[in-house]
Design a protein around this ligand. Structure first.
Ligand SMILES: [Zn+2]
Length: 83
């Protein structure tokens, strides 16, 4: 996941390694949702062409077409329902 720079708390700005925590800031609790900060140079080089191609094809309207960008390490825990 070298395309992800860090996870950043929307409340206090504290930054976490993508492997350090799951969804919320350890200092702010549930109010500290973590934004994913991407290395856009890596994203541009590695993913944009593929994502554009996927969205041009008739793919279902689903967040999972962006799965390669998301900070998901184990796809076994993805929900079965459309998100
Ligand atoms: Zn925080």
């Amino acid at each position: 996941m070298d395309h992800i720079t860090c996870l950043k708390c929307v409340k206090c700005g504290r930054e976490y390694d993508v492997n350090e925590t799951m969804y919320t800031c350890l200092a702010c609790g549930i109010e500290g949702t973590l934004d994913v900060v991407y290395d856009m140079d890596v994203v541009a080089k590695r993913f944009l062409r593929r994502i554009k191609k996927q969205t041009e094809v008739c793919t279902p309207m689903s967040i999972w077409k962006y799965i390669d960008l998301l900070p998901i390490q184990d796809e076994r825990y993805l929900p079965y329902l459309q998100v």
